[in-house]
Design a protein around this ligand. Sequence first.
Ligand SMILES: [Zn+2]
Ligand SMILES: [Zn+2]
Length: 414
Amino acid sequence: MSDVSAGELSACHECDHLHRYIPIPVGAKASCDFCGSLLYRHIPDSLNRSLALYFTALILLLLANSFPFLSLTLGGRVVENVLMSGGWAMYEMGMGDLGLIIFFTSIGFPFIAIVGMLYLLVSVRLGYVPAGMGPIYRVINMITPWSLVSVFMLGVLIAIVKLQDIANVIIGTSFFALCALLIIFAAARTNFDPKVLWSLTPHSNPNESDLNPDAIYLNCHTCGLLSEEQGHQQHCPRCATPLHHRKHNSIEATWALLMAAVVLIIPANLYPVMTVIRFGQGEPSTILSGVVHLIHSGMWGLAMIVFVASIVVPVMKLIVLSYLLLSVQRKSLWRPKDRTMLYRITEVVGAWSMVDIFLVGLLSALVSLDALSTIRPGIGASFFAGVVVVTMFAAHHFDPRLIWDNVRENDQTL
Ligand SMILES: [Zn+2]
Ligand SMILES: [Zn+2]
């Protein structure tokens, strides 16, 4: 396949510079000269490998939902939990919004992504282009940043450590299936080369000699096909994704979402995220008092993780995105590569803030021994989930290519 496409052009998704496809050795990856973003990798036999891995991931996900996940024993009583319990507990306690977020990010989205990928890969393996390939692949790309199995696992580990002083935690079969899923799902994603999906379609990118020097080319963010700009509301001929020169209203939308996050972050920190009721007495705790409590209990490591994920990361994200927006608006030429890197880190790190939400959900589901010991979610958790979701949307709306537009304007030789 690599020989067929040698010489073909493609545009970098983060800075929009054109690159010529050059065959690279097995296992190697090609990065953009300008912004350092990954362009493509050479994965031998990607189709069969990713097919096998996605299939294994599906089996593991089904196993993870078929057995007990965690159980809690206290004073002769046992509370058994399945994987869905966290989301369900939230729903039962009248916090359906959090219940849905927990359900979709820990199980729902990974399931849709795995089944969707299997549908596409099996069809391509059988030698035909499946119906709806473009839209389905686009949906998978959209939900992938929201498939937070690894963040959920971190929440589970923190919950286990935190509960040791209250009761005895028994780890179930489903827990191990989820650990294995975490590894296999990550491997499936890294072994998948998007080129295999589009190799059966009749479209391909132009070579350098075929390029129309007068045309503006639009890069499809789903399949990477370059199309000549023709006018308004253009769609990619290969995958039907709407094409834009730049994300529509990127600066305004990102600012609006950042402002919403600033408003939400106040109640998220003032109101309790959960209340621990022991022998009928409730102690509400906010994000910060939860961290202080962990320090007093001698759990320094956990206190650091919760502090960084729940306070440092959201605040840093707001600061970094505001800085990037201002730098674009002021047409800054300063270190575009580092600013793109900063953006990339912000986009990836943000999801880890969800760990606190998972923790509250898991604790509420596990610790429900009525008068003896009960943990209830607080309204602060809803606000905090709002902060995480809104900042993730903000990062998604920011268009890193704007950083490079200023550089290009200034230096036409690029
Ligand atoms: Zn680039
Ligand atoms: Zn496309």
